[in-house]
Design a protein around this ligand. Structure first.
Ligand code: PGA
Length: 252
């Protein structure tokens, strides 16, 4: 299976022109890539413009969605709308949404269920705070987030899910998780998924890493720690840096 490299542009860039420009630079830099599936997750407003211009060189995802299909939900976007637009993926439960928009595991669980029902592939973000890490609570926190976010799904069969381990203290800090620690978390997550879902379902769930990824450290997370892909924030806004990340993984 190809490695995944997902660009999370967050609330950037500010104009349509800049968004197109960044996208075009990335597209021309990675046209010969063979072993990586690149997914771009721009803000909602740039999605229709970029999806329309891509000729499907990329996968596309949004950074959130709501759990209802349509109706009186001011400001929300449904999974079906995203699917109709040409998105395949949706990032859910990102720590910035949990922090700034009060998103809970229960809300994330509803969103994951709705996204799967619409045919999108959710990218579920989980991760511990610096304090929780210091208190040695990483595994407990991840276990609880997984249990609660997958609550609706445990008895249901599903195979399209990606889990992004994103330690909150590593996001946007320039301080990524140590490879040894990330590897230990990956093994723990896989064992946990095997236990709650069974190995047949678990093997279809990709586990990726996010948090201060750059072109220097990207390869180690895939090659040494064995993650099946990366979620890249800040570095995905710099076309040259992002292209280097993708190329390093392609050759890994
Ligand atoms: P970062 O963000 O690469 O800027 O640390 C990762 C993320 O928030 O997904």
């Amino acid at each position: 299976m190809k490695s995944l490299v997902i660009a999370n542009w967050k609330m950037n860039p500010e104009t349509e022109k800049e968004a197109k420009n960044l996208f075009d630079l990335i597209r021309s830099g990675i046209k010969d890539i063979k072993n990586v599936e690149v997914v771009i997750c721009p803000p909602f407003v740039w999605l229709p413009i970029l999806v329309g211009s891509s000729a499907l060189t990329f996968g596309f995802g949004s950074q959130d969605c709501f759990w209802e299909e349509s109706g009186a939900f001011t400001g929300e976007i449904s999974p079906q709308m995203l699917k109709n637009l040409g998105c395949q993926y949706v990032i859910l439960g990102h720590s910035e949404r949990r922090i700034y928009s009060g998103e809970t595991d229960e809300m994330v669980a509803k969103k994951i269920k709705a996204a799967l029902e619409s045919g999108l592939e959710p990218i579920l973000c989980i991760g511990e705070t610096a304090k929780q890490k210091k208190q040695n609570k990483t595994k407990d926190v991840l276990e609880q987030q997984l249990k609660e976010s997958l609550n609706h799904l445990i008895t249901q069969s599903f195979d399209r899910l990606i889990i992004a381990y994103e330690p909150i203290w590593a996001i946007g800090t320039g301080n990524p998780c140590k490879i040894k620690d990330a590897k230990e978390v990956l093994l723990f997550l896989r064992e946990f998924l095997n236990k709650i879902l069974g190995p047949e379902i678990s093997k279809n769930i990709r586990i990726i890493y996010g948090g201060s990824i750059n072109s220097q450290n990207a390869k180690d997370f895939v090659k040494k720690a064995n993650f099946q892909g990366l979620l890249v924030g800040g570095a995905s806004l710099n076309a040259q840096e992002f292209i280097k990340i993708v190329k390093n993984i392609d050759k890994a």
